[in-house]
Design a binder for this molecule. Sequence first.
Ligand code: LIP
Length: 267
Amino acid sequence: MTPAELDARLHFAVTAARRAGDLALSYARDPARMAVESKGVQDLVTAADKAVEAALRSEVATAYPRDAMLGEEEGITPGWDGRAPLWIVDPIDGTANFARRIPVWCVSIGLVLDGEPVLGVIHAPALGETHAAARGRGATLNGAPIRVSTATAPEASRVGLGFSYRRERQLHLAAIDRLLARHCEYSRLGSGALGLAHVADGRFEGYFEPHINAWDVAAGIAIVREAGGFTNAFFEGEGLVRGNPILAGAPGVRGFLESTLADLMLP
Ligand code: LIP
């Protein structure tokens, strides 16, 4: 993919994310349309999730018919050859917040090529924030360049944590205890994508979750890396289809994060 083709896809993704955000907001403003279903323990899906993903699939199919898509609600394009560009989409990340009218949610659109994220857009319409990045183009928040935190000390850091019942709760509790033991603050936003966006913009020094899905992190991994941060090799093994642990952060605290949390990243 040429730089010009990547730039065009980034512009497409930002525009599509904003349209998707407007569609999601239309549901949020009309509780009668907000049908909520349970997919598992504390794992929800709303009518908005489904409508937004369907709209994004249609836009990608029209603009880039040779590309494929993996979405949280409808899965992966049948017959994907593993080589065509793959859009990885979470139509609403932070669904539990969205369903409770808590404004901490976003539309997350990533693009993977040759097994690695090359583009990401995380659009949080209720917060008025759009994080975006493409390989070699840097990362931005609402169009302004962003960089990860320069912090080096745990006691001057804050780490985002995510939790689901896909892994034992003891891993989450251990992460909290170990961070607090080093006087490091933590936050749990309920959106892994926004947690990674905050690593990229310097509000968090790290993000950790014992298990998360590709659609939650594809965009955020691209944005963190372009903002000067590190991430684990999330897409190695079966990360694309079964998810993996995620650890991302600023370089100054990488040693602290990996020595404190790496043994909680069970396969
Ligand atoms: C959410 C993730 C979050 C995780 C939640 C949930 P969803 O995604 O972004 O990191 O902790 O359990 O999986 O379901 O809101 O799209």
